[in-house]
Design a protein around this ligand. Structure first.
Ligand SMILES: [Cu+2]
Length: 124
């Protein structure tokens, strides 16, 4: 009889541990992928591009342009925690075509995973 109780206790513990580790697996990914308000799975399925992305504004001088990128010597961007620097941003071909090295510009940038994509750019 005693042995039976011990076995039952062991099974209960194993079940509790399994539940624990399952919970631990889901928490970090939810925290990393979803903004606080988003109910993870649904929001991510309907708008994958928006997950974790953040918009910011920048200003600077264009130093180089390629078919799908714009390099800007930009002022600090507090939203991204970036100091002033020269860096290449991904940009749609139409946007890249609209500027040339030497242009002073203001731009909107979508920040995601430490990279930035220019979504709008205006000469100043
Ligand atoms: Cu930068």
């Amino acid at each position: 009889m005693k042995r039976l109780i011990l076995t039952a206790t062991a099974l209960t513990l194993a079940g509790a541990l399994a539940a624990c580790s399952k919970k631990a697996e889901t928490s970090p990914s939810e925290a990393a992928a979803a903004p606080p308000a988003a109910p993870a799975a649904d929001a991510m399925a309907s708008m994958p591009m928006a997950a974790g992305a953040k918009m910011a504004k920048g200003a600077g001088t264009v130093t180089a342009v390629s078919a799908d990128s714009i390099t800007v010597d930009h002022a600090p961007i507090p939203e991204a925690n970036w100091p002033a620097m020269t860096m290449a941003f991904k940009a749609a071909p139409d946007l890249a075509k609209s500027v040339k090295p030497g242009d002073k510009v203001a731009f909107d940038v979508k920040l995601q995973g430490g990279a930035g994509e220019i979504t709008a750019i205006r000469k100043q």
